[in-house]
Design a protein around this ligand. Structure first.
Ligand SMILES: [Mg+2]
Length: 177
């Protein structure tokens, strides 16, 4: 587990965001389903809806892969963000009523709902020790978003807290024995 996390960190370019995932990722690595974290990955922390660029990217993924293959696996699957998807990208499902990441329960539920093995899921997350760890534990493929979306102007303290948390995670993963 430690080794996998460390190689994931080493192999991930520092500017990587969700927008770099192209539909061709599917199939090539046996990936058939996307499980997307929300905060930091689709929008800055606590956002109500994906950023405009991300919305365009989501529409492209849904058009190519089908909405039934795209899931939101956030530790906060509630509030206006759920309503936004319901209205704008119906068919994309939120995973809820499961133990939070890094437990694998959300990925297990994703696999059940999509009728695919866990190895066919790409878990996209900006946190090494929650989503990426869950993916490694579950036998899914982690996609580490190393350049998450942040909104320092409107949410300085909270974003700073999460920036420190992510930095601490990277340090922790690097120094693990
Ligand atoms: Mg996140």
């Amino acid at each position: 587990m430690r080794r996998e996390l460390r190689s994931l960190l080493q192999e991930t370019p520092s500017g990587r965001s969700v927008l770099e995932i192209v539909p061709e990722e599917f199939g090539l690595r046996g990936i058939r389903v996307l499980a997307l974290d929300f905060d930091g990955v689709l929008a800055p922390h606590g956002g109500d809806q994906p950023l405009p660029d991300v919305e365009a990217w989501l529409r492209q993924m849904v058009a190519v892969c089908g909405a039934e293959r795209v899931f939101i696996l956030s530790n906060r699957p509630e509030g206006p963000r759920v309503a936004w998807f319901h209205e704008h990208l119906p068919g994309v499902r939120f995973i809820s009523e499961v133990r939070k990441k890094p437990y694998c329960d959300g990925l297990a539920k994703t696999g059940q709902l999509a009728s695919v093995p866990l190895s066919a899921i790409l878990m996209v997350d900006d946190r090494l020790l929650t989503g990426c760890l869950a993916a490694i534990c579950a036998g899914s493929t982690p996609w580490y978003v190393r350049a998450p979306f942040v909104d320092l102007r409107n949410n300085f303290h909270k974003e700073l807290f999460f920036m420190l948390l992510r930095w601490g995670e990277r340090l922790f993963v690097r120094v693990l024995p």
